[in-house]
Design a protein around this ligand. Sequence first.
Ligand code: NDP
Length: 269
Amino acid sequence: MEKKLQNQVAIVTGASSGIGAGTALELAKAGAVVIVNYPFAGSKDAADVIVSEIRADGGNAQSYQCDVSKEPEVEKMFADTVTQWGTVDILINNAGIQKDAPFTSMSLEAWNQVLAVNLNGQFLCAREAIKEFLRRGVHPERSVAAGKIICMSSVHEVIPWSGHANYAASKGGIMMMMKTIAQEFAGKKVRVNSIAPGAIKTPLNHAAWETPEALQSLMNLIPYKRIGDVSDIGKAAVWLASDDSDYVTGATLFVDGGMTLYPGFEDNG
Ligand code: NDP
């Protein structure tokens, strides 16, 4: 049977860990060639583990070092990918960090670092991806769209989060960037959507699940009463990247076990 993303080329940023790694694996299972991006030399081994896993499963992947907040590095990653694999069909704009602090003691450095990776990084990668989608145009044997971008947002694009102003601002920014470029390029058959994960078990939020007490407390925020797995996000990403979702653009898909359903009102408020 033809796989949904057969021979399409996907760049997954921040794929050496967590959601990015899980999404890389799901995209590869769906037939995509996956560029497993990692930021620094120290994370190459982790990225290579994902590449090996994909290859062992019969898929095709390559690790690639690039700090998404650095314009020349992003430009080079896209140029090298096009040289090596012919084009880019799918961008999973996933790389993200947290630098938490109470607002009055949040340093400008912590604010800038989070915005640089979470928002500037998504801007730089989306810009290069769209340039390539427009250059190549639609090839129906690949996909009925010229290209697909999936921005990894968060429930915190809509839920305010004390102590995380930089992170929440970056995710709110992603929401409007995503919708704006979806509007700007829909006529060119480029689809741009976001996934807003709730609590997914990754190193980023380990404090929220690593003790039984923390996990129990987390369940107060999740009507579906389980923490998310990276494959929950990866499977949603495959759908948004495939032609099955061809009429979907400018949307945020919340994959959150109901976290955005105001769980405080579960017992009549
Ligand atoms: P992880 O910390 O597990 O993974 C983050 C990935 O991004 C790592 O591979 C990291 O590399 C990479 N990265 C960090 N900085 C850069 C950079 N400058 N350039 C390229 N890659 C970089 O986090 P998650 O998997 O949990 O998070 C992934 C995305 O999902 C983020 O955007 C996050 O905001 C979002 N998200 C996560 C949720 C969760 O519950 N986990 C909930 C909602 C949203 P390295 O490990 O080498 O530093």
